[in-house]
Write a protein that binds this ligand. Structure first.
Ligand SMILES: C[S@@+](CC[C@H](N)C(=O)[O-])C[C@H]1O[C@@H](n2cnc3c(N)ncnc32)[C@H](O)[C@@H]1O
Length: 301
């Protein structure tokens, strides 16, 4: 449903390199939170090994957004990598601009998407643009920044309407989402998805994250050395809007539902904190998943 289009994998399959070794190295660096600029073969390993998951998460977040709001008209994708967001928006009527400092990432981006997409080859720390964008998008980026606060401030300053932030679904990624919420408030933005709470009710006792299943193809399985034909990608995200009217009340399932034989248990984030709902399975017409919105009025009645 959210999978990377097959033409991307087909294009990547044609390139040679010692991918298994390179993927193991970048994966170890990510786990140890050592973010180094990737060389040419590492970028290919990233595109094959990580892009199916980052693309699926981005696509999921865009789909969630589209359930509620009209698509933005232009977007700045900061730390675009090899173009996951650009691919997700290919069939949409959006003016897309990338900001990326790595030459190898840009080369891969252009190999996949052609030369016609506007890319600023620049470092976010020295980037200046007097233009303001309808949406500014960052995925798997804040976690790599040394000075997260100044980068977050710059991101909000570049947007006149929406800011999208996706992070790994770890306590550290969640902590970056919480920092973004604080800066959003200073900059006059409101959290609109997956929640409209100003202060997260989890308060670090737990971390808000979601999960989607990503299918692995043969080459993907090969470089990761795994035997399962899928992986579960955990992520945290938040979307902000400058428009108060976008701030609708959301009640989102924030944990994997516990399904018992006669009933299901849902932990739901609401404006009034976390609420546990126990619903008889015979009353659930359409299956509800982790990350879905839930109609509290209906189920509390
Ligand atoms: C983990 S990748 C994420 C790529 C893409 N957003 C995705 O979700 O697949 C992070 C990207 O940010 C870029 N990056 C890191 N530091 C940067 C900086 N200071 N300025 C601009 N880009 C940067 C890296 O080169 C890399 O392409």
């Amino acid at each position: 449903m959210y999978e990377l289009p097959i033409w991307v994998t087909d294009k990547l399959m044609g390139i040679k390199g010692n991918l298994k070794l390179n993927y193991a190295e970048i994966s170890r660096n990510y786990r140890q939170q050592q973010y180094k600029e990737l060389d040419k073969t590492q970028v290919l390993a990233y595109a094959i090994g990580r892009m199916p998951a980052t693309y699926s998460v981005i696509n999921y977040v865009i789909q969630k957004f589209l359930k509620r709001y009209k698509l933005f008209s232009n977007v700045l994708d900061i730390g675009s990598g090899c173009g996951s967001l650009a691919i997700a928006l290919l069939d949409k009527n959006v003016i897309y601009t990338a900001l990326e400092k790595s030459t190898h990432m840009i080369d891969m981006f252009k190999f996949l998407l052609g030369e016609n997409i506007k890319v600023f080859q620049q470092d976010i720390y020295s980037f200046y643009d007097k233009k303001r964008y309808d949406a500014v998008f960052v995925s798997y980026f804040i976690n790599e920044m040394k000075d997260k606060e100044s980068v977050l401030k710059k991101i909000f300053d570049l947007s006149y309407r929406y800011v999208f932030i996706i992070e790994p679904g770890t306590p550290a990624g969640y902590s970056n989402i919480i920092s973004a919420k604080k800066i959003a408030k200073e900059k006059g933005f409101y959290s609109v998805l997956p929640c409209s709470t100003e202060i997260c009710p989890l308060k670090y006792k737990d971390w808000c994250h979601f999960s989607i299943r990503v299918q692995r193809n043969k080459i993907h399985m090969n470089i990761k050395g795994g035997s399962l034909p899928y992986e579960d990608e955990k992520f945290s995200y938040v979307i902000f809007s400058k428009n108060n009217l976008d701030k609708l009340s959301h009640n989102t399932i924030i944990k994997k539902p516990i399904r018992k034989s006669g009933h299901s248990i849902f932990d739901v984030c609401t404006q009034n904190g976390i609420q546990r709902l126990i619903i008889s399975n015979k009353n659930i017409k359409q299956k509800l998943y982790w990350g879905d919105e839930i109609n509290l009025i209906k189920w509390n009645a």
